[in-house]
Each structure stands twice: as structure tokens, then as C-alpha cells.
Ligand binder design. Structure first.
Ligand code: NAP
Length: 487
């Protein structure tokens, strides 16, 4: 098989480091080593795009824009549906690739591929249901017609923690809406993005509709694209800090922004909760992706009556997890993304311990060449510890005790973030009441997992702007146009 065949050893990292993907061509280059966090070894090297390369990508997206916009929704839908099928056919290879470059355990990687592919299937179904409105003017004198146009060329920026899903959650609705895109994946995990671009081309995505570039200078490269008047959309997933910078950049040309930013999810357990169910949910909410998820439970608030039993149960479950290389079939918890991430987690835990917190399992980085931090539980964490306010992004569960419902809501809201929250209670009306009081875009009730392509994903406060997924996700890539109709 030649390298051009998508079936030639698809899980080989080198196959997906062929070049920048611009206008349907692979433009070879190197300069960005991609590391396996399980071993610290280099897997492949991908190109380092310059500002000129980024402008070429904008040219390619512009050249393809009119044709794609004019492509009937049914045809756009069929291409997305084929892309879903190809991702599903290559699910095991994609999972292995994700596991190699991100480090996540294979079961997590398989879950991500299924979740990621589902965005293409969901938006294949939404492409043919783009809404419009027809209204009677209150005066009765005329009518109001609202159409939705594709917004234009979209720049998509994704983080490393879900290399496939964060890309498909943007590409799916953008293509369904009729937009052409330039995807800039995170430097740590670009191979999955390039692998998916190959599958997209095989699915029939025309040249220039999806372009992918990697760069070591995201600031200048993205700013140059945003400054180009042909670019009308920025969809960003990443940290709140970078999100703020990009909002300021986008303001210069008044580019429409969708922002999926950081989280600091509270996980509330009331005395009347089913303890076993709460522990099951806690393990999913904390340990999916080894804690490297924006929705990861970051603060466990447990009511006094159930607190000690919860800590004991969580400690036993966390201590039993198998830590190892992501691609090892026995592994349940893979490494962190970088050595810097391990250092940050270690600092947060050490500082909490210095202020009186007690480690019940884990608590220090693991030796070896990979970037490993063990599943950790800490209790008696003082509210003023840094870990109570920072996104941990790792396998550490700090547990805090609370007494009353009001106190739980106050603690849950004591953050600038507002992405996700979890509530466990045997009383549904209490759970809903508490959920209403929590200032987040999403609340999971007696569930440890909330992500669903059919649901609107996104945050309140400094966790973001706009929603991805669901029936409204496509509107982030459309511009409403109102026609005043005189009849
Ligand atoms: P990050 O440092 O903000 O990076 C995200 C992306 O932005 C990467 O592609 C990065 O490129 C790029 N970038 C960095 N600086 C930039 C700049 N000045 N201009 C343009 N692009 C720039 O975030 P991360 O560490 O990869 O991801 C973790 C964060 O993402 C966490 O805060 C997490 O909560 C958040 N997240 C949020 C969601 C959500 O849906 N709300 C989902 C997943 C993750 P390089 O890789 O080249 O630096």
C-alpha cells in the first residue's frame, strides 16, 4: 500500500506527519516534535507553519468557500456521514494514535473516538435541518423572514486533551453550516488532526474546505488570520487565559467568537445520596482522561453525614487503579501530557498539605521516564488552598466537608469558572433546586458524565461564550439574516 492509502498502517504516527494540509495538498516540513508522554520518546515531527503558510490556508479556504456554500445540504450531510463511517472503521487505529500522542488509556481513547465521530453523524443530520423563521409583524402590516447564512471562513483552535473530539465538535457544525475551516490543533497532539483530515478527504470533503496547520507561533499565526477580513469566525477551546487574549485579538476585526474555556467543576454529594452511585459517578467525573478534562470534577463537596464514608470509598477505588503507559491494555490511568503538568499538580497538592490537608492515597509524582502522577485523594483541604480555586487537570480529588444546602451552593459558586457541576442527591427536587442555584452552563444530576453530541455544551462566567453540539451548535457558524417582507 502507498502512503496515500488511508488504510496503510493507519496507526503509524509517521504516516500523519506528512505536512501541513492546505488546499487538499500536503506541504512537507518539520520542526515540531510530537512526544509520547508515556515514555518521553519522540513519535514524529510535524511542520511548523509560518504566517505565510497560514495566509495560504486562508486563500485555500476562500477558494473553496463559494463551492462549499453552494453544495446542497443533503450532499454536505452525506460527506459528513461518510466521514463518521470512516472514523468508525478506523476507530481502533485512531484510539491507538490518540493514546500514543496524548497518553490517555486505550479505553478512554476508544471512548473519545466514538464521541468524536458522533459529532459528524449528529451534524450530518442537522445539516438538512437548518432553521429559518417566519413571523407576523406585531403591527399586522408586514412579515418577518429570518434566514441563516454560513458565517464565512472559520479558524478553529483545539487543545490537546481531546485531540479528536474537540476538532469534530467544531468541524462538524461548521461544515454542516456551509463554512470552510482552518484547524490549528495543539502542538502536543497534532497527529490525530492530520489523520482525521486524511479520512475527511477520503470521505469526499473537497480540497480547501478543511485545512490543518501546526505551528510553534500560535500567537502571530492566529492573529494574522484574524486580521484578514475574509475570516469571520473564531471557535476556540482551551484555557481561559488564552481565550481572553484571543477575544482581544478578535475584537480588532470584530470576528464572531465561540469560546470553550477552563473549568473548575464542583461535585456535590448530599447525605441522602446513594453512596455507591455517587462513588461510581465520582470515578467517572474525576478519572476520565486521568482528570485532564475541562468537565473533570475539581472540588468534591460532601455533606458531613456521608463525608467519611465517601472519602473511604473514593480512596479505595482510586488506590486500586492501574497506572501505566496509555497503550498498555492493562492501563486504567495514563500519564499527564507533559512534565510541566506533573510539576503543577505536585505543587498544588504539596501546598494544600502544607496548609493542613491529609493525603489518603497517592500524593507524589511517580518515578520513571514518562509523566506519571498517581490517583490521589486529599481531605481536610482548607478553602484558601490554591487547589480549591485552580483547575487541577490531573488525577487528584480534593474533598471538602459541608453542612447545609446553602453552604454547598455558595462553595460551588466560589470561582470565576462556570462550566460544569455534578449533584448527587436522592431527592430530585433538591438536586434540581441546587442545580438551578449553581452558576454553570451544565449540571449533571446523579450522573458522572454529561458530554453528549446532542446536548448544548458550554460554560457560563469565565468558562466561555456560546455552545457546541446540540441543535444550537450549528448556529454558532451561521449569520442570521432578516428580510423585511412587504406583504
Ligand atoms: P491552551 O494552552 O489554552 O491551548 C489551547 C490551544 O490554543 C492550543 O492549540 C494552543 O496552541 C493554542 N494557543 C496557545 N496560545 C495561543 C495564542 N496566543 N494564540 C492562539 N492560539 C494559542 O490550553 P490547553 O492547555 O491546550 O488545554 C487545556 C485547557 O483547555 C484547560 O483549561 C481546559 O479546561 C480547556 N478545555 C476546555 C474545554 C471546554 O469545552 N470548555 C474542553 C477541553 C479543554 P499550542 O498547543 O501550539 O500552544
Amino acid at each position: 500500500m502507498t502512503l496515500d492509502s488511508p488504510r496503510a498502517d493507519f496507526a503509524d504516527p509517521g504516516l500523519h506527519a506528512r505536512g501541513l494540509f492546505i488546499g487538499g495538498d500536503w506541504l512537507p516540513g518539520g520542526g515540531i516534535p510530537v512526544t509520547n508522554p508515556s515514555t518521553a520518546g519522540v513519535l514524529a515531527e510535524v511542520p511548523d507553519a509560518s504566517v505565510e503558510d497560514a495566509m495560504r490556508a486562508v486563500d485555500a479556504a476562500e477558494a473553496a468557500a463559494a463551492g462549499w456554500r453552494a453544495t446542497p445540504p443533503r450532499q454536505r450531510a452525506e460527506i459528513l456521514r461518510r466521514w463518521f463511517g470512516l472514523m468508525t472503521d478506523h476507530a481502533e487505529d485512531l484510539a491507538r494514535l490518540i493514546s500514543l500522542e496524548n497518553g490517555k488509556a486505550l479505553p478512554d481513547a476508544r471512548g473519545e473516538v466514538a464521541y468524536a465521530a458522533e459529532f459528524f453523524r449528529w451534524y450530518a443530520e442537522e445539516a438538512v435541518r437548518i432553521p429559518g423563521e417566519f413571523r407576523h409583524a406585531p403591527s399586522g402590516a408586514h412579515h418577518i423572514l429570518v434566514d441563516h447564512d454560513p458565517i464565512g471562513i472559520a479558524v478553529l483552535i483545539t487543545p490537546w486533551n481531546f485531540p479528536a473530539a474537540m476538532a469534530t465538535r467544531k468541524i462538524g457544525p461548521a461544515l454542516a453550516a456551509g463554512c470552510t475551516v482552518i484547524l490549528k490543533p495543539a502542538s502536543e497532539t497534532p497527529l490525530t488532526a492530520y489523520a482525521m483530515a486524511r479520512l475527511g478527504a477520503e470521505a469526499g470533503v473537497p480540497p480547501g474546505v478543511v485545512n490543518v496547520l501546526t505551528t510553534t507561533q500560535p500567537g502571530p499565526v492566529v492573529s494574522a488570520m484574524l486580521a484578514d477580513p475574509r475570516v469571520r469566525k473564531l471557535s476556540f477551546t482551551g484555557s481561559t487565559g488564552v481565550g481572553r487574549t484571543l477575544l482581544a485579538e478578535a475584537a480588532k476585526t470584530v470576528v464572531s467568537c465561540s469560546m470553550e474555556l477552563g473549568g473548575n467543576a464542583p461535585f456535590l454529594v448530599f447525605d441522602d445520596a446513594d453512596l455507591g452511585a455517587a462513588l461510581d459517578g465520582a470515578m467517572i467525573a474525576k478519572m476520565r482522561n486521568a482528570g485532564e478534562a475541562c468537565t473533570a470534577a475539581n472540588r468534591f463537596y460532601v455533606q458531613a453525614g456521608i463525608h467519611d464514608a465517601f472519602v473511604a470509598g473514593l480512596t479505595a477505588r482510586m488506590a486500586a487503579l492501574v497506572v501505566g503507559a496509555g497503550t498498555d491494555p492493562a492501563t486504567q490511568v495514563g500519564p499527564m501530557i507533559t512534565t510541566k503538568a506533573v510539576t503543577k499538580i505536585d505543587r498544588l497538592v504539596s501546598q494544600a498539605v502544607a496548609r493542613g490537608a491529609r493525603v489518603t492515597t497517592g500524593g507524589a509524582p511517580l518515578p520513571g521516564s514518562g509523566y506519571f502522577y498517581p490517583p490521589t485523594v486529599i481531605e481536610n483541604v482548607p478553602e484558601d488552598a490554591e487547589i480549591a480555586h485552580e483547575e487541577i487537570f490531573g488525577p487528584v480529588a480534593p474533598v471538602y466537608r459541608f453542612e447545609t444546602e446553602e453552604q454547598a451552593i455558595r462553595l460551588a459558586n466560589s470561582t470565576e469558572y462556570g462550566l460544569a457541576a455534578y449533584v448527587y442527591s436522592g431527592d430530585l427536587s433538591r438536586a434540581l433546586r441546587v442545580g438551578k442555584g449553581i452558576e454553570t452552563g451544565m449540571v449533571a444530576i446523579n450522573r458522572g458524565l454529561m458530554s453528549d453530541p446532542a446536548a448544548p455544551f458550554g460554560g457560563a462566567k469565565q468558562s466561555g461564550l456560546g455552545r457546541e453540539g446540540g441543535v444550537t451548535g450549528i448556529l454558532e457558524f451561521m449569520e442570521p439574516k432578516y428580510f423585511a417582507v412587504n406583504f
